[in-house]
Design a protein around this ligand. Structure first.
Ligand code: 13P
Length: 287
């Protein structure tokens, strides 16, 4: 069942767990996430970056999801939306959630861009995630060398003025793999939580020690994003297959091995977020 992240994150917030948001690059990864979610009876968010949408358009991912008829709640989300136009296109294509990332802009410009996207999203009944502060690291088109922690008071002002439905906050995580263990400011999540009443989103979760992710969820993160680890798992599966059978020429064979690795990893991440077994409960709560 394809639903919005608004319903999903509200249920997660009430239930004290987080929903895993998984970046996919192709049909195989999308199906692997769905299979993991169905096996774990968990709600999930499937998301695509602007870079991925240059590779395959939003209509492709929305169409695929419509034909899959997943038995668990699934949201299709634009991750790090880079423009009003791309967010609008995803809404039109059938996405059930969008992010507009104005975090690199000056504060007032971030407010103005986010407010414009929120106004358009209202016409579709689609929730919007925005970002305040700067999550560091590199992923697809994003390359942020000067990470900046989110200020709780500014977050409250931002949410009030934009009407955004969820907020990505910077607490020391970064996109991509870490060279050394990240220094996270987990207390900051509580301080932001006290001032902001929309769900908070943790970006850059690949490579963060499990205990830290659990603590972040406990302190108030309601959506946790995983991308790099999924890409690495998919590539590892394909490499292993090709190494074992270098004569293979049927893509279905080696791509399936990549998908299998993604499925196993997503199951682990669902457990880590505490969302396993929440699909039936969530449906009951949200209706
Ligand atoms: P990672 O690539 O570190 O998992 O970050 C994912 C993310 O935040 C996507 O927006």
């Amino acid at each position: 069942m394809l639903i919005t992240t608004k319903r999903m994150l509200r249920a997660a917030s009430l239930g004290g767990y987080a929903v895993g948001a998984f970046n996919v690059e192709n049909a195989e990864m999308l199906r692997a996430v769905l299979e993991a979610a169905e096996e774990m009876e968990a709600p999930v968010i499937i998301q695509t970056t602007p870079g991925t949408l240059r590779y395959l358009p939003p209509e492709y991912f929305a169409g695929m999801l419509r034909t899959e008829h997943p038995s668990v709640p699934v949201a299709l989300h634009l991750d790090h939306g880079s423009s009003f136009e791309l967010a609008a296109r995803c809404m039109e294509a059938g996405y059930t959630s969008v992010m507009i990332d104005g975090s690199a802009l000056p504060y007032e410009e971030n407010i103005s861009l986010t407010s414009r996207v929120c106004a358009r999203a209202q016409d579709y009944g689609i929730p919007v995630e925005a970002e305040l502060g700067k999550v560091g690291g590199k992923e697809d088109d994003l390359d942020c060398a000067d990470a900046q922690y989110t200020d709780p008071d500014q977050a409250a002002d931002f949410v009030r003025r934009t009407g955004v439905d969820s907020l990505a906050v910077a607490i020391g995580t970064a996109h991509g793999f870490y060279k050394t263990e990240p220094k996270l400011d987990l207390e900051r999540i509580k301080s932001i939580r006290e001032k902001v009443d929309v769900p908070l989103v943790m970006h850059g979760a690949s490579g963060v020690p499990e205990e830290k992710v659990r603590q972040a969820v406990k302190n108030g993160m309601t959506k946790v994003n995983f991308a790099t680890e999924l890409r690495a798992a998919f590539s590892q599966g394909v490499k292993e297959y090709l190494t074992e059978d270098s004569g293979v020429y049927d893509p279905k064979k080696y791509l399936s091995k990549g998908a299998e690795k993604v499925r196993e990893l997503v199951k682990e991440k669902i457990r880590l977020c505490g969302s396993q077994g929440k699909a039936p409960d969530f449906v009951a709560r949200a209706e």
